[in-house]
Design a protein around this ligand. Structure first.
Ligand SMILES: Nc1ncnc2c1ncn2[C@@H]1O[C@H](COP(=O)(O)OP(=O)(O)OP(=O)(O)O)[C@@H](O)[C@H]1O
Ligand SMILES: [Mg+2]
Length: 248
C-alpha cells in the first residue's frame, strides 16, 4: 500500500513579478509503506522542494489544470490548514534537514526534546524517549553537549535522534550523509536501514551519493523539476507461447 502518493505537484517560487522559478513542474510520486527510497538528481532539480511538500512543510501550488493531490495513507492532505498539517507532521513524520537545523543554544537532549514537545509528549516520558533515541544513535554520553561541542557526524546523529524520537511512520531525510566522511556516512545509513527493517518505518532520503542510492530499495531520479525515472521496473509482460523461439 502507498503511504505517500502525490499527483500534479507543482511549486513555483516567485521572487518578483518577472522573476520566478518553477521548481516542480508536475510531479507524480508514490512511496510504498516500509520502503527505503532515495531521491537523486542534479543540484537545483527540485529534490528539497519535493521533500518539503511530502513532509507537509509547504503546500503544492493550486494548479490551473488538474488539482494537486497528496495522499498520506488514504487522507488527502494537499489542502489542509497549516494547523492540521503541523499536527500530522509532529505525530507521523520525522525530518533530517540538509543543514541539520539543530538549535545552537540547546544541548543535544534539549534539541531532541523539542520534537517530543511538538508532538505533545512532555515530562518524564519525553526525557526517557529522548535519552533512548540518543542511545540508539550512540550518543547517550553526549546528551549535555551543545551542537558546537559535537563533531559534524555527531550533530548529524542528534538530528537523526530528533527525527526518530516519536517513532514516526515516515522519515524524510534531506542529504542525511551529505556532510559526513564515508565511514560516518555508512554508519548513518546502516542506522536508517536498521530502523526501516526493525520498525518498518518508511524512509525517503535525498542523496548525491550513488553508493547511498544503491543501498536503498529504489532510486527516484529528478531532473529540472520533474521525475525522470521512478526506479520501478515495469512488470515483465507475460510471454506469449507462440513468441517463444523453438530451437530447430
Ligand atoms: N525559497 C526559494 N525561493 C526561490 N527559489 C528557490 C527557493 N528554494 C529553492 N529555489 C529554487 O528552486 C529550484 C529547486 O530547488 P531545490 O532546493 O528543490 O533543489 P535541490 O534539488 O534540493 O538542489 P540541491 O541538490 O542543491 O540541494 C532551484 O532552482 C532553486 O534555486
Ligand atoms: Mg536540496
Amino acid at each position: 500500500m502507498a503511504i505517500l502518493e502525490g499527483r500534479n505537484l507543482r511549486k513555483t517560487y516567485r521572487l518578483s513579478k518577472k522573476n520566478k522559478v518553477e521548481a516542480l513542474k508536475g510531479v507524480e510520486i508514490s512511496i510504498e509503506s516500509g520502503e527505503m527510497v532515495a531521491i537523486m538528481g542534479p543540484s537545483g532539480s527540485g529534490k528539497s522542494t519535493l521533500m518539503h511538500l511530502l513532509g507537509l512543510l509547504h503546500s503544492p501550488d493550486p494548479n490551473h489544470g488538474p488539482a494537486p493531490e497528496l495522499y498520506l495513507g488514504d487522507q488527502n492532505v494537499a489542502s489542509l490548514s497549516d494547523d492540521e498539517r503541523t499536527k500530522i507532521r509532529a505525530r507521523r513524520m520525522g525530518f533530517v534537514f540538509q543543514d541539520f537545523n539543530l538549535v545552537p543554544t540547546l544541548t543535544a537532549i534539549e534539541n531532541v526534546l523539542l520534537a517530543c514537545d511538538y508532538a505533545g509528549i512532555k515530562g518524564k516520558a519525553a526525557r526517557e524517549a529522548a535519552l533512548e533515541a540518543l542511545g540508539l544513535v550512540g550518543l547517550a554520553d553526549r546528551a549535555g553537549h551543545k551542537p558546537a561541542e559535537l563533531s559534524g557526524g555527531e550533530q548529524q546523529r542528534v538530528a537523526i535522534a530528533r527525527a526518530l524520537v516519536n517513532k514516526p511512520e515516515i522519515i524524510l531525510a534531506d542529504e542525511p550523509t551529505g556532510n559526513l566522511d564515508s565511514d560516518r556516512s555508512a554508519e548513518v545509513l546502516a542506522l536508517l536501514r536498521q530502523f526501516n527493517r526493525e520498525h518498518g518505518q518508511t524512509i525517503v532520503l535525498v542523496t548525491h551519493d550513488a553508493e547511498v542510492g544503491e543501498a536503498c530499495d529504489r532510486v527516484i531520479r529528478m531532473r529540472d523539476g520533474r521525475i525522470r525515472d521512478n526506479g520501478l521496473r515495469a512488470a515483465a509482460p507475460a510471454m506469449a507461447v507462440d513468441a517463444v523461439a523453438v530451437p530447430a
